[in-house]
Design a protein around this ligand. Sequence first.
Ligand code: ATP
Ligand code: MG
Ligand code: MG
Ligand code: MG
Length: 473
Amino acid sequence: KQLSSSEVRQMFLDFFAQHGHKIEPSASLVPVDDPTLLWINSGVATMKKYFDGSVVPENPRLVSSQKSIRTNDIENVGKTARHHTLFEMLGNFSVGDYFKQDAIPWAWELLTSPDWYGLDPEKLYITVYPKDKEARQVWEKIGIKPDHILEDEDNFWDIGRGPSGPDSEIFYDRGQEMNNLSEDDPESYPGGENERYLEIWNIVFSQFNHTPEDTFEPLPHKNIDTGMGLERVVSIFQHARTNFETDLFLPLIKATEKVSDHKVYGKASADDVSFKVIADHIRAITFAIGDSALPSNVGRGYVIRRLIRRAVVNGKKLGINDAFLYQLVPTVGEIMQAYYPEVLANADYIASVIKSEEDRFNATLNDGLDLLNATIADTKANHSDKIDGEAAFKLYDTYGFPIELTREYAEDEGLQVDEDGFDAEMHKQQNRARNARGNTKSMGVQSDFWISVKDESEYVGYDNLVVDDAKAI
Ligand code: ATP
Ligand code: MG
Ligand code: MG
Ligand code: MG
């Protein structure tokens, strides 16, 4: 089957609407009334209010395609076939209504019925939590061969408190020809770090309450929450090697080719990473600004700034010297028009915010890159493997290079950054600022620069905690 991204999204919504689910719109990326989360990072993140009982939904069955941002995957972008900073999570939810016995057969019907996605069952693999015999039974009952059901200790969803439970993940076998590992590599199995078995869907059976005493009590009303990556599923229906060779990203790559210095996608792998990073980041930047976040030095704003600067540096690698990202906004708008008409409607505003940020960064970029390259050369000449912390701080402070960018550049050269040295410089800077301000608060608006990057990393840390440690979907 060949399906467009709009068709894949709509089919998911239609399928669950036919099974009595109410379609929830894609909520703002900026969490509402949730100080624990920097960005909406999954469908369920917008539905906490239903699952914690503070709001009773009109209908206990819900379905959505939710735009989500995951900053913890930023370094995977362009390197793996499947990770983005902004992606859409398709999900069906049961708030104390149906459970495993329905969620599993529905998932299977949607994936394999010729009336719906019609995927070949032979290519699908299921993982279950070893102790969750019930889930295995349901999968077997609907006819999945035992050798397509694997046990994985990691299949337990828990954020340390509240609803938690086992999950089942569904993988699509793209064939050994898509793999980056040899067939007998120990990581080459559904759930391992490889490019052959693509994780498409996570179905969480939240059936326990994780109590403050660290016990797991059965929930009186069990819940279902699921997450399926739209871009990954689309890559299957468009026979794409990575998510980027689909209708969601290719027009952005084409538009970037046009402004690049004769660079073409698919010729050199280093260039391809840059094309992918740009196509990925401009979507996240556009949607984040469209949802009223703005570039700054703290919190969400810092994430946007980082994404813009990272995209600009990758543009530079493709020989693009002038502001260009802002020109891609209408392309994002056109690609997403069917489900997100607001992007095109706000394109001028979004582009103007991006352009001024690009101009600001471009003004110092070349000087910064000169300093960075000189520092790298010095480091190597001194047979050191660490970039001087003072230089890294100067890049940050004077040239606007987010520390992550310097770190990445260093890593490309097999070097690290002297993080302690960087932190020490940052502290000195903050102390100077504090002394300059004195102890009064009478100075009015405080420049956001002086709020430390540490505050940001704490935020992102929490974001990571929720996504990684807890396997929140
Ligand atoms: P992976 O192991 O591939 O990093 P995950 O296990 O971290 O994925 P979940 O938290 O289970 O992902 O999220 C549910 C689904 O959302 C995944 O099965 C996948 O289809 C999709 N997804 C998760 N992270 C990303 C991402 N960074 N970019 C695109 N899709 C994603
Ligand atoms: Mg996973
Ligand atoms: Mg998962
Ligand atoms: Mg992940």
